[in-house]
Design a protein around this ligand. Structure first.
Ligand code: NAD
Length: 314
């Protein structure tokens, strides 16, 4: 079957990298990038781009009619920190955007559907260490609540209508190509920019805040591996736990100091993102993803730090 892939929310931190990888794999014209905002990256020049608002059913209908996608990736969302600033909009976009696109995927018989969840589905009463796939989940942000509800909808569309849905609970993603979209783990990107610019960074998360993180290269590879896996190997249709590494701001700073010895880390107090981070796991048990479709991360903290600094320097 000739693949036609539509990526909705293509211009963000993940979309910019996912679109270019999918275009390498499937050809430039096979991948249609779609976003509500103009691409400030070279997505538009490197292949087809369409303006699409996932809350506008007319626009979605046009896109599905025009491209008849065999695969849809839905990345449009408001993230954890920005979501808390505008909870109603976050709920509307994250929930109704998902339901709109799920319905068109059904109507147009899209063969495979990808939608990312997040470690934000866990909450203060979830186990913090090596958090299992199935446990108490009591997210206390609108973002986490919308992701948990979204996971239930994804599983429902799979069980009830047979839509081939695949999903991953991403940890905080670290990358250098595009700016992060307003998440709680963004500090782990800003720190590299400031390390190179001024050999110092003021962290909005406290010294000992340990969170699950992953390098973007691993996240994109894992996403495509999940989408390529035979349906018979996918046992989780809500969203898979997915892990790279875990570290604190101090551990990250120690690694950066190996490259920039005079680097200094300081801390601000009272940032609302500290409270969000406090409700999240420190590390994730991703054994089901490893068993089902062979997931294995490649980037440790030393490799991430060296790669970030080398690329940002350029
Ligand atoms: P981002 O904020 O960088 O990008 C989201 C994109 O969606 C933006 O380009 C934005 O313009 C677009 N968008 C917003 N509203 C839209 C609408 N109504 N219609 C169409 N497009 C719209 O986010 P990201 O970091 O690339 O995240 C993508 C997905 O991955 C989200 O679902 C997010 O929750 C999830 N995720 C990301 C991370 C991370 O660390 N980046 C971690 C966990 C989960």
């Amino acid at each position: 079957m000739k693949e036609k892939i539509v990526v909705l929310g293509s211009n963000g931190q993940i979309g910019t990298e996912l679109v270019s990888m999918l275009r390498k794999i499937y050809s430039v014209d096979a991948v249609v990038a779609c976003d509500i905002r103009r691409p400030d990256y070279d997505i538009k020049n490197s292949g087809p781009f369409e303006f699409v608002n996932v809350l506008d059913k007319e626009m979605l209908l046009n896109i599905f009619n025009k491209h008849k996608p065999t695969q849809v990736y839905l990345l449009a969302a408001l993230l954890s920190a920005t979501g808390e600033q505008n909870p109603k909009l976050a709920w509307d976009l994250n929930m109704n955007g998902l339901l709109n696109v799920l319905d068109f995927a059904l109507q147009f018989k899209t063969a495979k559907f990808y939608w990312p969840s997040s470690i934000a589905v866990f909450g203060p009463h979830s186990p913090k260490d090596v958090t299992p796939q199935y446990c108490i989940m009591d997210p206390n942000t609108v973002y986490g609540t919308s992701k948990l509800a979204g996971e239930r909808w994804c599983e429902y569309y799979y069980l009830k209508y047979g839509l081939d849905i695949r999903s991953i609970r991403y940890p905080g993603l670290i990358s250098w190509r595009a700016a992060p979209g307003g998440g709680t783990t963004d500090y782990a990107i800003h720190i590299f920019h400031d390390a190179l610019k001024k050999a110092g960074y003021e962290s909005f998360l406290s010294a000992e805040t340990e969170l699950p993180m992953m390098y973007m290269d691993d996240a994109i590879r894992g996403t495509i591996e999940l989408m390529d896996a035979p349906a018979s190997q996918i046992s989780v249709r809500s969203s898979y736990n997915f892990a790279g590494i875990s570290f604190t701001p101090v551990e990250l700073a120690t690694e950066i100091k190996k490259h920039i010895p005079n680097f200094e880390l300081t801390f601000s107090k009272g940032d609302p993102r500290q409270q969000i981070a406090g409700g999240w796991p420190k590390s994730i048990d991703d054994s089901i993803a490893r068993e089902d479709w062979g997931w294995k991360p490649e980037f440790d903290l030393a490799k991430i730090t060296a790669d970030m600094l080398n690329n940002l320097k350029r």
